[in-house]
Design a protein around this ligand. Structure first.
Ligand SMILES: [Zn+2]
Length: 81
């Protein structure tokens, strides 16, 4: 009978790179502009970089899209014509 202690990690992350299998991965806890917590992971073996969010893997493009502030600001008030 074997019992494993569950680590209190926020996300279920692989301890090694899923691409090359290298255990030398760098993990950084980040937070997007909209408040979504993500983990940025960078592999020292194959230079692969990816993000993991609460819902799973996130595409880099999606992360960048969330970090960019909305382009549409306040609508300029209509002057008297
Ligand atoms: Zn790798």
């Amino acid at each position: 009978m074997t019992m494993q202690t569950a680590s209190a990690t926020v996300f279920d992350l692989a301890s090694s790179c899923p691409s090359c299998g290298s255990p030398r991965v760098l993990r950084l806890d980040l937070q997007l502009t909209d408040g979504t917590p993500v983990v940025f992971t960078s592999c020292r073996g194959c230079e692969r970089r990816w993000y993991v969010g609460p819902d799973g893997d996130l595409a880099v493009g999606d992360v960048l899209a969330r970090t960019v502030k909305p382009g549409k600001g306040s609508v300029p008030a209509r002057g008297r014509g």
